[in-house]
Design a protein around this ligand. Structure first.
Ligand code: IPM
Ligand code: MG
Length: 385
């Protein structure tokens, strides 16, 4: 509990830290050119709960697709242990220092879900490993595709990934008289870069509409800035229709079967993006089916959009976990490092296995096939393409 002068001091330190972050953002070079690297190192991080099971399966499929590239030394896998909740709790750190170093020695990372502690559970209330990794590696764009072809849904969410309610989510404090305060941060540089990435993506992929989603009528400073700066970037793309929505009505419109087909690309602050992408993934078959790319200029990390499902492990069902989220994340990883043909094959095979042929299904229980059997099914399907 702080008195006002102490709170002011704490607040000043938070602003100083954000100034440093903005300076670092400005000093960053351009995106890595993967084609110019002698070898692309893919870090594999299992995580917690069902994480190791589904990540191992995705790695097996990736290794199958990249067999030649690995044999030629163009691609190498590097397994990184130590991102488990036990190890993080032992070090009282979201990402222990040696693990962070190992992550930074990779170019891209495939990461299984990691347990996020909260007050009152069995773990120390340390910061989320996901959030810490996004910050440490400056993975500013969380790109989340959702597709339901038969319903005309083809959405790509560009969720800002390092700012908003997440930046200082572990830095709030209580002042006298029971006043608890958290902070939300929107920077000019941070907003411009996510807006530019979203519009550039829309432009390169022939997408006709970008929807900016905020709550700028209420959260006037930070969301107001986000909206204004996105609209400024939009002016450079006169062929793309830009509209802006408040998060509440957008959440409703996503269930409106008549309207939702019209949406294409979304750009939105961190917390709204977190919430609405779970809703969107539900139309596609649930969060277990959705992958995501966390993209920065130097690093990129690909992961599931769901958590570590500790209950499945407690109930002895881990081997029945659905690897589809990690396989979808692997499609994005392959495409990101320039292996587009392999990405297309995996995407096609997943569509066949998940939606068209469905010779095997994963249900999360012994009523369906195991994670491993599904991985084999996907590889058989790729081989038959
Ligand atoms: C996500 C997750 C994470 C988030 C959690 C696990 C920290 O919900 O990737 O959407 O809140 O960003
Ligand atoms: Mg989420």
């Amino acid at each position: 509990m702080y008195n006002i002068p102490q709170a002011q001091e704490k607040f000043a330190a938070l602003i100083e830290a954000q100034k440093k972050r903005v300076t670092a953002m400005r000093e960053q070079g351009d995106f890595v050119d993967y084609q110019s690297l002698n070898q692309i190192i893919i870090g594999i991080c299992g995580g917690d709960g069902i994480g190791p099971t589904i990540t191992k399966e995705a790695q097996r499929v990736l290794a199958f697709l990249l067999k030649d590239a690995v044999a030629q030394g163009k691609v190498a896998f590097r397994e990184i242990d130590g991102l488990t909740i036990e190890n993080r709790a032992a070090h009282l750190k979201a990402i222990p220092d040696d693990v962070l170093q190992e992550l930074k020695a990779c170019h891209v990372i495939l990461k299984g879900p990691t347990t996020t502690p909260r007050a009152g559970d069995e773990w120390p209330n340390i910061e989320s490993a996901n959030v810490a990794m996004r910050k440490e590696l400056d993975l500013f764009a969380n790109v989340r595709p959702v597709k339901v072809p038969e319903q005309g849904i083809d959405w790509t969410f560009f969720r800002e990934n390092t700012e908003g309610a997440y930046t200082l989510g572990s830095c709030g404090f209580e002042t006298e008289d029971g006043i608890s305060i958290d902070f939300t941060v929107t920077t000019t540089d941070g907003t411009q870069r996510i807006a530019e990435l979203a519009y550039d993506y829309a432009n390169r992929n022939g997408k006709k509409r970008v929807s900016i989603v905020t709550k700028a009528n209420i959260v006037k400073e930070t969301d107001g800035k986000f909206l204004r700066l996105c609209q400024e970037v939009a002016k450079r793309y006169p062929d793309i229709t830009t509209d802006d929505w408040y998060i509440d009505i957008m959440t409703a419109k996503l269930v409106d079967e008549k309207r939702r087909k019209d949406f294409s690309v979304f750009v939105l602050p961190n917390l709204y993006g977190d919430i609405i992408t779970d809703e969107a993934a539900e139309f596609q078959g649930g969060v277990g089916t959705a992958g995501s790319g966390n993209i920065g200029k130097r690093y990129a990390m690909f992961e599931a959009i769901h958590g570590s499902a500790p209950r499945m492990v407690q109930e002895g069902r881990a081997q029945y976990a659905d690897p589809c989220s990690m396989l979808r994340a692997s499609v994005m990883l392959l495409s990101h490092i320039g292996y587009q043909e392999e990405a297309n094959k995996l995407e096609r095979a997943l569509d066949i296995c998940m939606f068209e042929e469905k010779a095997l299904t994963v249900t999360g229980r012994d009523t369906g096939c195991t994670c491993n059997e599904f991985g084999d099914y996907v590889m058989r399907t790729i081989a038959a393409l």
